[in-house]
Design a protein around this ligand. Sequence first.
Ligand SMILES: Cc1cc2nc3c(=O)[nH]c(=O)nc-3n(C[C@H](O)[C@H](O)[C@H](O)COP(=O)(O)OP(=O)(O)OC[C@H]3O[C@@H](n4cnc5c(N)ncnc54)[C@H](O)[C@@H]3O)c2cc1C
Length: 402
Amino acid sequence: MGSRSPRPARPIRSGRYPAKELCSQCGLCDTRYVAHVKEACAFLDQQLTQLEEQTHGRSRESLRSGSLAVTDTDYFGVYEAMYTARKRDPIPGAQWTGIVSSIGMKALTTGLVEGVVCVQADERDRFQPRPILARTPEAVWAARVNKPTLSPNLSVLEQVEQSGLKRLLVIGVGCQIQALRAVEKKLGLEKLYVLGTPCVDNVSRAGLQKFLETTSRSPQTVVHYEFMQDFHIHFKHEDGSVEKVPFFGLKTKELKDVFAPSCLSCFDYVNALADLVVGYMGSPLGWQWLLVRNQRGQELLDLVWEELETQPVISQGSRRAAVQQGIPAYDQALTLPMWLAQIMGAVIERFGPRGLEYARFSIDSHFTRNYLYVRRHYPHKLEQHVPPFARRIVEQYQLPQD
Ligand SMILES: Cc1cc2nc3c(=O)[nH]c(=O)nc-3n(C[C@H](O)[C@H](O)[C@H](O)COP(=O)(O)OP(=O)(O)OC[C@H]3O[C@@H](n4cnc5c(N)ncnc54)[C@H](O)[C@@H]3O)c2cc1C
């Protein structure tokens, strides 16, 4: 499987995809559930608060105590428990240690569900997503590792209906899960489990190519990459080598238009509507970060609990100055010379925010950037589209007035 001949990204035809250029290609509009797109699409009708109530029986807003302070619930969404964990026996080729794939496989072998919506890769291009309804653990295994491109996961919802299965697990990112929650009751399921990952800065397939060519020393051999907690992007190559590029060395000017407009307008970084979230950014390097949002999420986690080692969740350092300084730097597309970027990367890795404070750093940086993006490009949407918790987070910073 190689990445040399990417297929062109699926064109967004405005007639078919009502969110137009803001479409995140979640796949809903490729099914008959397109009939519900006006209420379901995260970019046409942002309704996180209502959907949190529907899913978890409480929302970030209902949990507020009246104080004006920004809380951890504002940052991380509704949750019952949070863990730092990793698999004792990691899955080779997974994005991290393979907790997500392990849960997907166990959910099938234990009979908790009859099918798993996940995303394999096109056999000619490892980064081109191919959503599937997996009925066997082998098919879930084959879906391991991120496809760092917009993926129409919900396009298989009609297959779910046709197959007549009643218990389903869906693995997906925030925009896919918001649309799924909005149509959940129409799917005829007896039980739906949702395993989410955080997601930020996704790209079209063409955008990914530009990102790799602008940033990596060998774009054609990249197997996977991640923006890591040590303030470097880690590119893993086919020969097993890891290339580290400091965030501060990114060619911001060339990359500003690479991210999808949907991702530049997204405020659901932490996948608020999933039952269980598995990411990394609230945990130290090498560990995964787990948020159990409700009882179904606990059931999912119980499937693999014995296979995990855990350690306490930590929060160290202070993000505030770094976030504030990053706002004009990004806005003016400043790029440091690589030697200086390397030094800054090393210093901030040593003394910068860690654990949950790193997660807050990343959320603050993206929400301030995205707030400015929506204010500048879709001012008429600002009021409805930015959820109250995101406003509270953004209001901690001084933004350019323009
Ligand atoms: C585009 C993207 C951006 C992310 N950004 C962050 C981040 O900023 N911070 C953070 O903490 N975590 C982020 N994550 C989650 C993180 O990278 C890992 O996916 C997660 O920790 C699970 O690792 P794992 O080894 O358990 O996954 P694996 O066992 O390797 O399984 C990965 C699962 O992801 C699914 N998947 C792959 N690509 C996509 C896609 N494009 N859309 C939907 N589902 C997909 C597959 O179906 C597979 O089941 C992101 C994930 C994606 C897909």
